[in-house]
Design a protein around this ligand. Sequence first.
Ligand code: NAG
Length: 506
Amino acid sequence: MKSILCVFYSCTIALTSAAVKHSRTFPKDFIFGTSTAAYQIEGAWNADDKSENIWDYLTHTNPGAIDDRSTGDVACDSFNNYKRDVEMMRELGIDSYRFSVAWSRILPNGLADRVSEAGIAYYNNVIDEVLKYNIQPMITLYHWDLPQKLQDMGGFLNPLIVDWFADYARVVFDNFGDRVKTFITFNEAAQVCYEGYGSVTKAPLLNLTGIGEYICAKNLVLAHAKAYHIYNNEFRAKQGGQCGYTIAAGASLPLTDSDEDRHAVELFIQFQWALYTDPIFSKDGGFPKELTELAAKKSAAQGYPRSRLPDFTEEEKAYVRGTSDFFGVNHYSGALTSGSLYTNQYAVPSSMDDIEVGQVALDDWLQGASPWLKKMPNSLYHALRQINERYPDYPIIVTENGWSTREGIEDDERVDYYRDALEDVLDALDEGIDVRGYYAWSLMDNFEWLAGYTERFGLYEVDFEDPARTRTPRKSAFIYKQIMKTRMIDHDYEPESYVMTIDPGH
Ligand SMILES: *[C@@H]1O[C@H](CO)[C@@H](O)[C@H](O)[C@H]1NC(C)=O
């Protein structure tokens, strides 16, 4: 455990350990990168034969759902500006770029009857451009932008999504796997299922509380497994890459030391991420035991003839178990957890009502520009430890981590956030936790879902008023660059100027 307090006489000790920390370095083969997602940056929503996805559809039909009534129609216009994006990656000196492929750009019908030549050409251009400068591409197949045509057929509530996704995955592996060596099937299953189907904070805003998220969870996990098996059986031998899965995990710590609060932490983890990861990464497979029991008990009491959480057959459990080469985690913060914090504000039925656990962030934790983002001390360290305890056999890649501000180049809060989070990674490495890489979210400001352009996560600021979508490095870009270059964290480093150049070798 870390010491985080520095009061009176213990100050000396803390200062000594800070000096020791100063000299710690990241392992030679540790991968540093940045992340983006297709809908958030590409724009060109109807270029060539691309069809609408669920975010195009939502922003076009329900503009009031977005804080600033904006859309991703143009976003950062990375469809046209991708060479500038890669230039920024060279300026930073990253090892790897994580981006997502838009399903509706590759398969305009959603189904795999027709592959878009223009869509394939765009991603070939991006991949070839990054590889030209020795930056390794990492592709996320699904970052929340389902073709609307598939949503019209039920989306993740239709068990056929397993085949639709598998067919799409085969097209992606087949076209890009000769050069792309790391694939991630799904980004943040809980945000797809819980926020999109079980509440109203992501497209398609279905609000099927206590039902939609559970049906989606089963179908999504099976879709992931089928895509993984396709990679394993048809592509791995000739392409030699890896295929994984990314979940968002906060750090959930008990409010008090009591057994009740420790149990509440376990239930909250089951609700927040283990529902979507235990089937893949746990020894026994299947959904988490306590959540399964609670959902079944509440469902029965509510008059449902069967549990709202559909279980896996033994055959399905075996099919899904072990289908990932690494554990991808997106991490932003954490909270204190207890059954005593549960309030009756949640609908019945709902998965929050099923677990009856609440969380609280403390008042003195720094507030980000996003209402949900408060800076819990050492949250990344705690999250990495919780993941490693649950699934000790899997390497971990931090596939997203970052901080939101408003506009402005002087982003000292983001600078502090990155430095502190990377210290957490070093602490985890010191304890023997197998963390292989770290991707900052995000390369640049982009369309932040229902918040539109009001919350900025970029190392580069983007001027969304400017038709050229000019990108300008923030202070944090220089700090992240220095960390990657020296492979250590110097808390006193200040950039001499804000003029960005490309170092030799990049
Ligand atoms: C979502 O559904 C619940 C009932 O299950 C309802 O109480 C709530 O108001 C709905 N939210 C919205 C935004 O429609």
